[in-house]
Ligand binder design. Structure first.
Ligand SMILES: [Zn+2]
Length: 392
C-alpha cells in the first residue's frame, strides 16, 4: 500500500480496522433469513381469485439493445424479455469524480409488510429507502449486470442492486380494488417499486427476487402472471433452493436437485428464462469441498444450471466488478433495514460513503469505459479486455 495519499483513503484504512474488529461479532449476528422464515416456504396460499381479470397493460417493449454483446462471451445466455437499455452521455471523469473501482451496495430485503421488524420492512419505509437512494444519486442495476461488469447508469451516479429473498407473498401480491379489478398491491414490493419508477423514470425497477419451490409469492393462480411480469419489467428471478435448504451438510446430489428444481418451476411458467443467480439460504455454503462447486453449476434430471452470481449475506458494500478482489460467486450484501442491523445496515453505509470512509462507485456514464482516479490503479483487475480504460 504505497499510494495512501489523501484523507479519504486514510479514513478507509481506519474504517477497515474498525469493521474488521466487528466482523466476528457480526458473523454470529447476521445469518440471513430468520429461523422463523424457514418452513414458511412450503405454505401454499389458496386465496386465489375466483375470476381472473388481467388488468395490467401489456407493454410492447422492443427487444433488449444488443449493443453490448461481445463484452463477455457468457452473454450468449442473455435472458429475453428485458426492457430496452437507455444510453447515457459520457462525461469527463474528473468533472463527475468518476470512480469505477469504488464499491457497490447489494441490498437485501425479505418481507415488505407491517410492522417493522428485523426481517420486515414496512411499505412506507421501503418507499423511504428508495427516496433516499434516489436523492443520493443511486440508480438500480440488474444483479447479473453487476456480476458481469456491465454497469449502465448516468454519469455521476452510483449503481445499487436490490434483492428480495424467499418469494414472500408481500413481495408481489394481487388484490381486488373497489371496482373488482385485480391490481398489483401498491404496498407489495413490486407495487412500491413500479409506482416509484412511474414517478422517477430514471430509477429503473431492477430487482432480483430469489424464490423457492412451492408457490412463489403465494396466490397459485397468479404465479405465471407474476413471474412473467417480473421478467417483462426488467426484474429477475433468482434461485433460493427448492426447500430453503441449509447447505452446510448437503450432498452434491441434493444440492443439484434443489437448484435445478427451481429452474424447472420457472420453466413451467416462463418461456426461455434462465435462472442464473443464487442467494444462499441462511448464507450457508456446503462444508464439503467436493460439494461446494455445485453451488455454481450442476445438473439434475437433465436440467442444468450455471450461476453467474452467488450472494452471501454479508454486512458491507462489495467490490466493483473491475476490482482485482471481486468474485461474482462471493458477493456480499447489506441489510436494507434500520432494525437490529448492528451499525452495518444500509443507512450506516450511506453515512460511511458520505464521509469518505469507503470509496463509492461513481460512473462516467459509459458502460464500456472504465474511469478511475490514478490513485486507485493498483486495485484494477488483471483482465480488462473488452473495456476502454480512462485513468485520470
Ligand atoms: Zn431465505
Amino acid at each position: 500500500m504505497n499510494i495512501i495519499r489523501n484523507n479519504n483513503q486514510k479514513k478507509w484504512k481506519y474504517s477497515i480496522s474498525i469493521t474488521a474488529a466487528l466482523m466476528l461479532l457480526l458473523l454470529l449476528l447476521v445469518t440471513g433469513c430468520s429461523a422463523a422464515s424457514e418452513g414458511e416456504e412450503e405454505v401454499i396460499n389458496n386465496d386465489a381469485p375466483q375470476e381472473v381479470v388481467l388488468t395490467q397493460e401489456e407493454e410492447n417493449e422492443p427487444p433488449e439493445n444488443d449493443e453490448m454483446d461481445g463484452d463477455n462471451p457468457e452473454e450468449v445466455e442473455e435472458n429475453p424479455g428485458l426492457t430496452q437499455e437507455p444510453s447515457y452521455e459520457r462525461m469527463d471523469p474528473a468533472q463527475v469524480q468518476a470512480n469505477e473501482l469504488g464499491q457497490v451496495m447489494v441490498l437485501m430485503y425479505h418481507h415488505v409488510k407491517e410492522p417493522e421488524e428485523e426481517w420486515s420492512r414496512t411499505p412506507e419505509n421501503f418507499r423511504g429507502d428508495l427516496e433516499v437512494l434516489y436523492e443520493q444519486n443511486f440508480r438500480p442495476i440488474r444483479l447479473i449486470d453487476y456480476a458481469r461488469g456491465h454497469i449502465n447508469v448516468p454519469a455521476g451516479t452510483t449503481p445499487v442492486v436490490l434483492t428480495f429473498d424467499d418469494g414472500n407473498d408481500n413481495n408481489f401480491s394481487m388484490i381486488e380494488d373497489e371496482s373488482g379489478e385485480w391490481i398489483i398491491d401498491p404496498d407489495s414490493a413490486v407495487g412500491v417499486l413500479m409506482t416509484f419508477y412511474e414517478e422517477h423514470p430514471d430509477f429503473r425497477p431492477h430487482a432480483t427476487f430469489f424464490i423457492n419451490g412451492g408457490t412463489p409469492f403465494a396466490q397459485a393462480d397468479w404465479v405465471e402472471f407474476k413471474l412473467n411480469y417480473l421478467v417483462d419489467h426488467g426484474m429477475d428471478i433468482g434461485n433460493h433452493t427448492e426447500t430453503h435448504l441449509h447447505l452446510g451438510d448437503a450432498s452434491a446430489e441434493r444440492l443439484q436437485q434443489e437448484l435445478a428444481r427451481v429452474q424447472m418451476l420457472v420453466d413451467r411458467h416462463v418461456e426461455d428464462y434462465i435462472v442464473n443467480t443464487f442467494s444462499l439460504p441462511f448464507g450457508s455454503r456446503p462444508k464439503d469441498e467436493g460439494v461446494a462447486p455445485y453451488v455454481i453449476a450442476g445438473e439434475h434430471e437433465g436440467v442444468a444450471y450455471n450461476n453467474k452470481a452467488v450472494l452471501e449475506v454479508g454486512w458491507d458494500p462489495y467490490h466493483s466488478p473491475f476490482h482485482k478482489d471481486f468474485s461474482p460467486h462471493k458477493i456480499r450484501r447489506i441489510r436494507a433495514s434500520e432494525t437490529k442491523v448492528d451499525n452495518v445496515g444500509m443507512y450506516d453505509w450511506l453515512a460511511t460513503f458520505e464521509s469518505g470512509g469507503r470509496p463509492r462507485y461513481i460512473s462516467d456514464g459509459d458502460p464500456k469505459t472504465i474511469a478511475i482516479p490514478e490513485s486507485r490503479l493498483e486495485f484494477l483487475a488483471d483482465d480488462m479486455s473488452g473495456y476502454e480504460m480512462v485513468v485520470y
